[in-house]
Design a binder for this molecule. Structure first.
Ligand SMILES: Nc1nc2c(c(=O)[nH]1)N[C@H]1C(S)=C(S)[C@@H](COP(=O)(O)O)O[C@H]1N2
Ligand SMILES: [Mo]
Length: 429
């Protein structure tokens, strides 16, 4: 790859920190508001309300306010946190009730500018170097496709999802619920590739994968490169080298032509534009591994011996009705709905409250079960009286772990699964 895979035409904000503070003028593009007077707003609660108005598809949309990298997104469903590198959240009301997150509504988190389109012009020609094995070598995507095939549905979630609920102004994107999605990937099991190359070299402990972004010159690569390490056992368990997402070649912005998929682990470990995948004795020396994504008390500085963002925790939230501030909920019979996942374990059950946690009722998990790493939709039929209601949900996973009421306070605002933080206050009329 040449240097031109980074788009230098736009000014890139390259920061040493992988979760840079965002500007306070967070913008939300409400195409839905255009529909407010037409009666279309009411169907926004189903999560399909803005589809008819959205620019979905590759053709240029002159009226879009989203950056070019996000032109295939359903504009009315997204919240823009940053333009370059692009940081885009799915709004709470836009989560679908049919399981999978369509690519047009999947959040985007790029630490560096999106590589040039030309890397997806001939996808099969993309090359990845496999290192730290007995017979290291560089393999094309064309050849990877001959080495095995599988697919997995999983929650892709940024470790900072829910950071916007912390009160100490944790630096980084102020995600609320939408740095997450439920996505189906297809590719080759990494273990097939590793076996074909003789297995891991002796003494290896981690799998370290590197993103294919070309780094700007003059900066210390360790400070900016996207490189993450995960335990070797996980790498040989169910990690994929994936080229397909939700039934199409992985879009460039989501890591095409080739992405490392680590089911059950936080988003940062799912390296896009995978260029080098290596077994290593130590964890990566990158900032992204050494100091970012470390769980530490507020006010403390980071250290590589603090826990890092690997396995996800159990989580759920209500996505409607009433997730749009401008949408009133009628008194009487209603269906409360949302999404739940077990993190590293399958989700077992979900309870819902409409009174801020005084009373809980068991919700139903419905729709196809796409496996332990996927989220499931839930629903609960309720009879609502007029007045203020606080909807919340609380999931339990296969190890018996239940979402806590309170978040675990930490400097960078990671891993928030507090049910109270994710509650939804709704006015019933
Ligand atoms: N190459 C590369 N891979 C990356 C990133 C990146 O900036 N570059 N961001 C990571 C982070 S922090 C997250 S949360 C997910 C976001 O995935 P998405 O943009 O496809 O939603 O990708 C991860 N993989
Ligand atoms: Mo992330």
């Amino acid at each position: 790859m040449s240097n031109s895979s980074v788009d230098h035409r736009r000014k890139a904000v390259v920061t040493a920190d992988h979760e840079k503070p965002e500007r306070p003028d967070r913008r939300r593009f409400l195409m839905r508001s255009a529909a407010a007077g037409t009666g279309l707003a009411a169907i926004g609660t189903t999560g399909i309300g803005s589809v008819a108005l959205a620019a979905d598809g590759a053709q240029a949309d002159d009226t879009s306010k989203l950056p070019a990298a996000a032109r295939r997104k359903d504009e009315g469903a997204m919240i823009l946190h940053g333009e370059n590198p692009i940081t885009l959240e799915t709004s709470r009301s836009a989560v679908t009730t049919s399981g999978i997150t369509p690519s047009s509504r999947l959040f985007i988190r790029n630490n560096l500018p999106v590589p040039d389109e030309k890397i997806v012009a001939d996808r099969d020609a993309w090359e990845v170097t496999i290192d730290g094995v007995k017979k290291p070598r560089t393999i094309s995507l064309r050849e990877l496709k001959t080495m095995g095939l599988t697919s997995v549905a999983m929650v892709l979630q940024c470790a900072g999802n829910g950071r916007g609920f912390f009160e100490h102004e944790a630096s980084g994107s102020q995600w609320r619920t939408g740095a997450s999605g439920n996505v189906v990937w297809s590719g080759v099991p990494l273990k097939n590739v590793v076996e074909a190359l003789g297995g891991p070299a002796d003494g290896m402990k981690y799998l370290t994968s590197t993103g294919g972004e070309v780094l700007p010159e003059g900066l210390d690569p360790d400070r900016i490169k996207v490189e993450r390490s995960i335990p070797l056992e996980k790498a040989l368990d169910d990690v994929l080298l994936a080229w397909e997402m939700n039934g199409e070649p992985i879009p460039l912005v989501h890591g095409g032509p080739l992405r490392v998929i680590v089911p059950g682990y936080y988003g940062c470990n799912n390296t896009k534009y995978a260029k080098r995948v290596a077994f290593t004795v130590e964890q990566s020396t990158s900032n992204m591994q050494q100091s970012s994504y470390r769980m530490r008390p507020i006010g403390e500085s980071s250290s590589p011996d603090q826990p890092t963002a690997w396995e996800m925790n159990v989580k759920s939230w209500v996505t409607g009705p009433g997730a749009d501030a401008d949408e009133g909920v009628q008194a009487g019979r209603q269906v409360i709905y949302g999404v739940a996942f077990g993190g590293y374990e399958p989700v077992e059950s979900v309870e819902v409250t409409t009174d801020g946690g005084k009373n809980w009722q068991k919700a139903e998990l419905y729709g196809p079960d796409l496996g332990r790493y996927a989220w499931r939709n839930f629903r609960l039929e309720v009879d609502l009286s007029a007045g203020n209601h606080v909807f919340a949900s609380r999931a339990t996973n296969g190890s018996g772990e239940t979402q806590p009421e309170q978040r675990v306070e930490n400097e960078r605002g990671y891993m928030n699964n507090s049910w109270r933080d994710h509650a939804l206050t709704v006015v019933v009329i």
